[in-house]
Write a protein that binds this ligand. Structure first.
Ligand code: GTP
Length: 342
């Protein structure tokens, strides 16, 4: 079974973090987000993964060229310009056969893909779309089905009085190859707005598969924080994730007078000084240096961040290579080496 993972978007909603880091590579517990997604596919017997990329492919290629031992066959399909979700899959057509998965490269889920595939085969669907419930469906496109889960209608941003379901498209699909015949080549085409509604009105069998598992779209700063926090606290029980109260690798230099109040995850080769307090859920990425008496609470530090003496950080996200000067007081901000945004 093959899967196409869409990693070509600009990630505008995650700015400023995505000015230098593509959305798929933002770290979750100090590992690139995309690695979790690919591991999940491998766990469900996907043996060839096509990364459909349009935007800044180099960092992704570099990382997975180094870290590929867990991967089966990995193919890079690089669009000359962003072709949209469906256009990108069409562009990768030469690599695809019979039935395949398509995943948005910004969803984190523990959905049972094997069970979803079984459902797809049994229902005779041409397209199966995973759906997940949200509290306020008026901001999304919702998917209405009959009691056999056959899709009846797509409703874009329904008014409150139009809401009949709170199930939205979860960005995970199973497609039969013939769907590709309905996608024009070399054009920007979106599954959500162009392909799915067109096939539905042509009477093709489209089914919804309700996700009964953890699911989050990491495309916003709020959700990005939430996922890190859910993994650290164990709210999202992800196999292989480190949910221990405190994890500090042996190669870190931690002053005996530093204090941790879990859950806290520290990456490799960090230096943590005298009197430092780290209050979880917090992630300190590899190579960070936390100087004396700094306090870091409920924050996510990427790699090689320096936090100066007596600085206090609360609810912050700090991108790699940033420098926080001594005695700063920061709350609820995103810091990159060049920017600080509330
Ligand atoms: P925002 O700019 O913040 O909306 O992010 P986005 O464009 O990255 O995400 P969006 O939710 O619109 O797209 C869903 C998924 O499809 C994401 O994983 C994107 O990376 C991916 N995607 C969107 N457009 C393209 C494209 O033109 N080519 C490819 N290969 N992937 C795309």
């Amino acid at each position: 079974m093959k899967a196409v993972v869409l990693v070509g978007g600009e990630g505008t909603r995650l700015r400023p973090l995505t000015y230098h880091t593509v959305k798929a590579m933002v770290p979750i517990l100090d590992r690139p987000f995309l690695e979790y997604l690919l591991r999940h596919l491998v766990d469900h017997n996907v043996d060839e993964i096509i990364l459909a990329m349009g935007y800044k492919p180099d960092s992704i290629k570099r990382y997975f060229t180094r870290t590929h031992s867990f991967l089966p066959k990995l193919v890079y399909s690089i669009e000359p310009e962003p072709l949209g979700t469906a256009g990108a899959v069409k562009y990768a057509e030469q690599h695809l056969d019979d039935t395949f998965f398509v995943l948005n490269g910004d969803v984190f889920t523990t959905v049972n893909l094997t069970a979803m595939l079984r459902f797809h085969k049994e229902s005779g669907a041409k397209i199966t779309i995973a759906v997940t419930p949200v509290e306020d469906p008026t901001r999304f496109g919702v998917i209405e089905t009959d009691c056999q889960l056959r899709i009846k209608r797509f409703i874009e941003k329904p008014r409150r009085d139009q809401v009949t379901t709170n199930n939205i498209n979860a960005g995970i699909y199973i497609l039969e190859r013939e769907v590709l015949e309905h996608i024009p080549s070399g054009k920007r085409v979106m599954f959500e707005h162009d392909v799915f509604p067109k096939l539905l009105s042509a009477g093709e069998p489209l089914y919804a598969y309700p996700i009964d598992a953890y699911w989050i779209d990491i495309g916003t700063l709020e959700n990005y924080r939430q996922l890190n926090c859910d993994l650290l606290t164990g709210k999202c029980p992800y196999p292989g994730s480190e949910t221990a109260t405190l994890r500090v690798p042996n190669d870190c230099l931690v002053h005996p007078q530093a204090r941790f109040h879990g859950p806290v995850l520290v990456g490799e080769k960090c230096k943590i000084g005298y009197g430092v307090q780290i209050i979880g859920p917090t992630v300190i990425g590899a190579g960070c240096q936390i100087e004396d008496c700094a306090i870091i609470e409920k924050s996510i530090l990427w790699q090689r961040v320096t936090v100066g003496k007596n600085a206090v950080l609360k609810d912050c996200i700090v991108a790699s290579n940033s420098y926080i000067v001594d005695s700063s007081g920061l709350e609820g901000v995103v810091v990159t080496p060049e920017h600080r945004t509330p």
